[in-house]
Design a protein. Sequence first.
Length: 324
Amino acid sequence: MATSTSGSFKLSDGLEVYSRVWEPSEPPQAHIAFLHGFSDRCDHYDPFFTALTSQYPVKVHSWDRRGWGKTAATKAQRGDIGPSSQVLREINEALVHIASTIPDIKQTPLFVMGHSMGGQESAHYLLSTNPELTKTRPPIAGWILNAPYIGLDPASRPHWIIISVLTFISRFLPKMKHTQTLNVKFVSRDVAVQEKYRTDPLCHNTGTLEGLKDLLQREADLTNLSQAEQPVPAGLTAKLPVPVFWAHGSKDIITSYSISKQLYDRLEPYDETDSDAKTWKGFEGGFHQLHAEPEGMGEEYTRDVGEWVRKLTAKATAANGTAE
C-alpha cells in the first residue's frame, strides 16, 4: 500500500515551500520529481500518484511552486512566481534538494515530470544551455511530459489586445496582478475533477504581470523552437539531454496538441541508437489532464508512465553497474 507525507523545504532566499512525497510499500527503484501547472498544486495529484506508487516501486516528490497552492501563504504571494531566471533557478534548487534525499541516485535514478506549465518550465530547464543550470543540475535519468504548455490552444489564449496592454504595463508595474481564468470544463471530461478545480480557493488563476509576461515569452521561445525551419532560440538547444516520454490528449483545448507534437518531432534524441530515447503517445479524445481522464484513459496513462520508468530504470542501473 502506497503512503504519502506532507512537509516543506526552504529555497535559498528563505521561502518555505509546501511539499508532498508518495512512497511505495517496497523500497523505491526510481524517483520522480513533479512540476505542476498554472493555478494548480501538488495535492490535486494524490489519486494519480497514489495509483502510480501502489503499482510501481517509484517514489514521487512534488512541491507547490512559488506563488501557488500552500506555498503562497499570504494573498500578496499568490501568483508572484518571478521572472524566468528565478523560476529556473528554483527548479534547480528543488531538484538538487530532492537528489540529496536519494541515498544512491545511480541505482535509484531521478526522473523529472512536468504537466502543462510545469512541462513548459521543465523544457526550458532541460533544454537550457545556461552553464549555471547545466553544470549544477543533478543527474536526470529521463523526462516525462503530460500535455506540456508549448503553445496555447486558440480557445484558451487571451486576446492579443489584452496581452499587448498587460505587457506594456508590466514595464512599470511588474508586481501588478492579473487574473486569467481557464474554463474548468477543458481540464478533464470528469465532472468531479472540473468541480475540484472550480471550488478550490487555492487555485486562484492569478499571476503578476512580470510572471505572465515571461510565461508567454517562454511559450514563444518553445513555439519557435518547434519550427524546424527556424533557428534555435538563444539559450536553448534542439538536442534532448535525456530520454523523454511525451504524451498529449488530442482534444486538449488548453495547451496545443499540434504544437506540442511539432516540438517533439524537431528535438533530436540524446542517443540515436536508443529506441527509447524518444517516445510519443497521443491519447485520442483526451483532454488536458491525461492522468485524470475517465473511461480508463487515466489508468492507461498511469501504466504508460510506470512501465516507461521501469524500463529506463533497468537500463540506467545496468549501465551504471557496467561502468563501475
